[in-house]
Ligand binder design. Structure first.
Ligand code: C2E
Ligand code: MG
Ligand code: MG
Length: 691
């Protein structure tokens, strides 16, 4: 027998190639499983190619490590065939390991086929030597080598299947598994080699025309390692890309979820918004079913919110809204929907068995919101007006229910706020009425339906008259004399107040100019300015024009601005007030005590007069709470050098008390009601005239 020998360096190298090929194979199975369908197919084919090449070159390097005392070569055709067998087996192996599941039956069958494939590759490779006489194989060792191949294939398939999911742990498991598999493949090879015996005098038939040891070794090694490396690197990069894509799509999904939340919720209070409300309402109507299960739609609108916003700014207003939303939430059941549908407007959908249930919920909300709020160190008070519409009685669709709840809410406001009202069919005629009134209001100025009444202001306690306040009246052809409390809010909401107000300024200036020329040279005229009018750019020019037109000194005119209007945007107010003062006009702070003035701001305002709100005056009794407030206001005014006027003086007791407390002037029904110009002229003859 010829004695063979092995080049130990190449043997070691063949082992390394086997390990690398195994690792690549394991990695590829993971790739195939997680990649998309089309990509998976590519990974399967490319992977089979790389892995086949790896297994085959391990075998071939092993062959190159083998030396006989004769010259060896390999037949080209058989060598290529052995490579093809290796690739085909790899394809089979990868396909099996990347299936969704691996039942025992498949594992056994796969191990058999793969093991036989590897053995076939090995013995085909051996046949490529074309030994003459032929190689003598020791049967037991051949069987052992095939058994090792099958066992190794089974283990490889099982490990590959188990380790295909990616995780950092799996990576190190894979390295271990690759070592074991490499060892198995190598031992199969060398067992096969040990089974081969070469009779003495054998010659290698392929030595002359085939591929040669010395020329083949290096290229095969280089190409194999290059291919395996490229495949491995591609696989790792692809995995990274895939993971990044997965992370990206996860964050996209998250963003999508957030977006749909934002679209359906109010940003500030996190309550559902109108869109979601209408959807839920629709759903509630649909799922009420033929039994027409009852539910209530409540329209909530805060009272006095505007003045908080005007006085403290939007940031505080926002915080108040958040707290209000929390209180509403705390007072309704989880299954009820509460949405924010506008600035200070909320809508609640609550399932109820009978109207009384709705009434209980609404009352709870009214008293919850009536409690003082503590916002950023300020004690704030608002209340809520609630309109309730019931399904199915008060509306069969979303629109009708919302509209009727809204109508009922307006009714709640008009009957005194801070309460809940059920919708009633008659309220709708009220709305129509309201619309008709608005229509008339638009034309009232042109139709000369406005008149001014004048209420005198007296030096406390009983005269003389220092000036008059112009109070607007609307002489409606069918409704009679309408009070400003009825139509000024409408004019404010629609912006009509600007042109109506201009008429008031003009008419009041004309009147006072006439009176000053005819016997009352020092009489002053006070004109009320509403919030919208105050912030309108036309105000200053309108005042200037009127003064010029009637050749009136600025001091003849006092503009009454309510406390909350003045405090709305203090810096803007200051600028307007300065410009008015430049015209010589005086400023009076009306309804003082009802807003939230800060003393600091009050000091900065160029006002010359404070009018104590008649709410305090009407409740006035000596040593009562209101007397204390009035005393404080008067003390405050005096330190700020402001004249103090008390309005709404109706009784002698009030007059005396206010005088004692230090009021400069008094105004009220006791001393003189608002009256037409002619009547005032008549009064002038009866009463002592101003200074
Ligand atoms: P205001 O400026 O506080 O005017 C005083 C209101 O109190 C007037 O009501 C007056 O008639 C009423 N009053 C006067 N003395 C007494 C009294 O002793 N007892 C009672 N209970 N009430 C008294 P009026 O004329 O109905 O005006 C209501 C509000 O409408 C005014 O409050 C003012 O804010 C606004 N207003 C009136 N005229 C105009 C106007 O030309 N332009 C603007 N923007 N608002 C106006
Ligand atoms: Mg006034
Ligand atoms: Mg007032």
């Amino acid at each position: 027998m010829l004695v063979g020998s092995f080049d130990s360096l190449l043997v070691l190298f063949s082992f390394l190639v086997a390990v690398l090929a195994s690792y690549t194979a394991l990695d590829l199975v993971g790739r195939i499983t997680s990649a998309e369908r089309v990509a998976a197919r590519w990974w399967l084919c490319g992977g089979a190619l790389a892995m086949g090449l790896g297994v085959w070159s391990m075998h071939f390097v092993g062959m190159l490590a083998f030396h006989l005392p004769i010259k060896l070569g390999f037949d080209f055709g058989l060598t290529v065939l052995s490579l093809l067998i290796a690739i085909a087996s790899s394809l089979l192996a990868l396909w099996i390991a990347s299936r969704d599941n691996l039942p025992a039956r498949h594992l056994v069958l796969g191990a058999l086929m793969l093991g036989c494939g590897i053995a076939a590759m090995h013995y085909t490779g051996m046949a490529a030597l074309q030994m003459q006489p032929g190689i003598v194989y020791i049967p037991a060792l051949v069987v052992a080598s095939i058994a090792i191949a099958i066992a190794a294939a089974g283990a490889a398939l099982w490990i590959a299947f188990r380790l295909r999911a990616y995780s950092s742990r799996v990576r190190s498991y894979r390295v271990g598994a690759a070592l074991v598999m490499g060892l198995a493949v190598v031992s199969m090879h060398y067992t096969g080699m040990a089974a081969a015996r070469f009779p003495l005098g054998s010659i290698c038939g392929a030595a002359r025309n085939g591929l040669h040891n010395d020329t083949l070794a290096l290229p095969i090694i280089v190409v194999t390692i290059a291919v395996l490396a490229v495949v491995l690197i591609t696989s790792v990069l692809d995995l990274r890309l895939e993971m990044r894509t997965a992370a990206l799509s996860a964050s996209l999904e998250e963003a999508n979820e957030e977006l749909s939340y934002l679209v359906l919720h109010d940003n500030l209070t996190k309550l559902p918004n109108r869109v979601l409300l209408e959807e839920r309402l629709k759903f509630a109507i649909e799922s009420a079913g033929p039994a027409e299960q009852c539910f209530a739609v409540m329209f909530l609108d805060l009272d006095g919110f505007k003045s908080v916003n005007d006085t403290f700014g939007h940031a505080i207003g926002d915080l108040l809204l958040i707290q209000t939303a929390d209180r509403i939430r705390a007072n309704v059941r989880l299954q009820d929907t509460c949405a924010r549908v506008g600035g200070d407007e909320f809508v609640l959908i609550a399932s109820v068995r009978e109207p009384a249930d709705a009434s209980i919920i609404a009352d709870k909300l009214v008293s919850a919101i009536d409690e003082p709020f503590s916002v950023a160190g300020h004690d704030l008070r608002v209340s809520v007006s609630i309109g309730i519409a019931l399904f199915p009685a008060d509306g069969a669709d979303v629109e009708a229910l919302l509209k009727n709840a809204d109508v009922a809410m307006y009714h709640a406001k008009s009957v005194g706020r801070n309460q809940a009202c059920f919708f009633d069919g008659a309220m709708n005629t009220h709305t129509e009425d309201h619309l008709a009134l608005l229509q008339d209001l638009r034309l009232a100025r042109k139709r000369r339906q406005f008149v001014l009444h004048y209420q005198p202001k007296f030096v406390a306690p009983s005269g003389p008259i220092t000036g008059v306040e112009a109070l607007l009246r609307w002489n409606h052809p069918t409704r009679g004399l309408i009070s400003p409390d009825t139509f000024i809010p409408i004019a404010e909401r629609t912006g009509l107040i600007v042109q109506i107000g201009e008429w008031v300024i003009d008419e009041a200036c004309r009147q006072v100019s006439q009176w000053r020329r005819t016997g009352r040279p020092t009489l002053t005229m006070a004109v009320n300015i509403s919030a919208l009018q105050f912030s309108n750019t036309r105000l200053v020019p309108a005042v200037k024009n009127a003064l010029e037109r009637y050749q009136l000194a600025g001091e003849a005119l006092t503009l009454e601005i309510t406390e909350s209007t003045a405090m709305r945007d203090v810096d803007a107010s200051l600028e307007i007030l300065e410009r008015l003062r430049a015209l010589g006009v005086r400023i009076s702070i009306d309804d003082f005590g009802t807003g939230y003035s800060s003393l600091l701001y009050l000091k900065r305002l160029p006002a010359s007069e404070l009018k104590i709100d008649r709410g305090f005056v009407s409740e006035l009794v000596a040593d009562g709470e209101d007397a204390a407030i009035v005393a404080a206001i008067i003390a405050l005014g005096q330190t700020l050098n402001l004249k103090i006027v008390a309005e709404g003086v109706e009784t002698g007791a009030q007059r005396d008390l206010l005088t004692r407390l230090g009021c400069d002037s008094l105004q009220g029904f006791l001393l003189g009601r608002p009256m037409p110009a002619l009547e005032f002229e008549g009064l002038g003859r009866a009463l002592p005239q101003g200074v």
